[in-house]
Ligand binder design. Structure first.
Ligand code: SAM
Length: 280
């Protein structure tokens, strides 16, 4: 009988953020595959979980995954955990989950903490559409290039950042997007020094620059989507489609005049949207 793979989320700071079911599963499986076995032991001890551990981290996971999948096929139930939060989200686990699924093994989530979702839930920014960017490039030049590509993104965007780079990253961001853009800096979520600042980029940058404590800990940065794009979003998908087709064939002026005729939308709104679509 084939076993099962459980993908188990662990707390991102506060040890109490762990579900009953997660504890039950970690107690009952045959093996726990952990990113850092020493690190996870603290959590396991806290919940009196005595179970076999095996190491599965970014440097060995490609090699280790086939062996683990073999064990599951031979009947063992395995739980995958990372150091904190949900495995695979900027954490190891992808090769194991992919291979398990390819081999027809049942993969079941045990949901729980995730820094990205925790930050979004308290950001006060729109969360109906967001893009998650994980960790950004390490060099300033590459980060700025990345910001340029995201500058006009209308959805909220979210990324992870470390204490070493938070200030430099916010400075790079301020060179590329307007200082008026709303930013949420979610620091040390669920921990003693939890801080969530929702303010303009200029204001957040000032705070981080002037207070060295604000450069310590773990960070999620949430960035408001581009306001400029919201005007494009004021028109319907159908109006946008018509405008795009016309823009490929004629000048902005003609395209807008024709789009007004065809769609009945307001000229001013269509004209602004046409400018934004052309500049994309
Ligand atoms: N898989 C994890 C998750 O579900 O959130 C993320 C792992 S990633 C290696 C670690 C990064 O997540 C940190 O550098 C930080 O950007 C973010 N993070 C993790 N815990 C956090 C916390 N308590 N507060 C703020 N950010 C956190």
């Amino acid at each position: 009988m084939c076993g099962k793979l459980y993908v188990v989320a662990t707390p991102i700071g506060n040890l109490a953020d762990f579900s009953y079911r997660a504890v039950e599963i970690l107690k009952k499986v045959d093996l726990i595959a952990a990113e850092d076995t020493r690190h996870v032991k603290m959590l396991l001890q806290h919940y009196a979980i005595n179970n076999k551990l095996i190491s599965l981290h970014q440097h060995n996971e490609e090699k280790a995954a086939p062996g683990l999948v073999e064990k599951i096929k031979n009947g063992l139930n395995v739980a995958l955990v990372s150091d904190a939060g949900t495995p695979l989200l900027s954490d190891p686990g992808m090769p194991l989950v992919r291979l398990a699924k390819q081999q027809g093994i049942e993969v079941s989530p045990i949901p729980g903490a995730c820094a990205l979702i925790a930050a979004l839930s308290v950001s006060g920014l729109p969360v109906s559409r967001f893009t998650f960017e994980g960790f950004l490039p390490r060099t300033s030049a590459a980060r700025k290039t990345f910001f340029i590509t995201r500058k006009n993104e209308s959805a909220t965007w979210v990324f992870y950042e470390s204490s070493h780079r938070i200030l430099a990253t916010l400075e790079d961001l301020a060179e590329i997007i307007s200082g008026d853009r709303r930013i949420v800096l979610a620091r040390e979520l669920t921990k003693l020094y939890e801080t969530v600042v929702n303010a303009s980029l200029d204001h957040v940058l000032e705070q981080v620059k002037n207070n060295s404590n604000m450069q310590k800990g773990e960070f999620v940065v949430v960035v408001e989507g581009a306001v400029i794009e919201k005007r494009v979003n004021e028109i319907t998908e159908e109006q946008k489609r018509v405008l795009l087709v016309l823009l490929q064939q004629c000048s902005i002026k003609t395209a807008v005049t024709m789009a007004v005729e065809i769609t009945g939308a307001r000229k001013k709104v269509l004209y602004q949207a046409a400018l934004e679509l052309r500049d994309k």
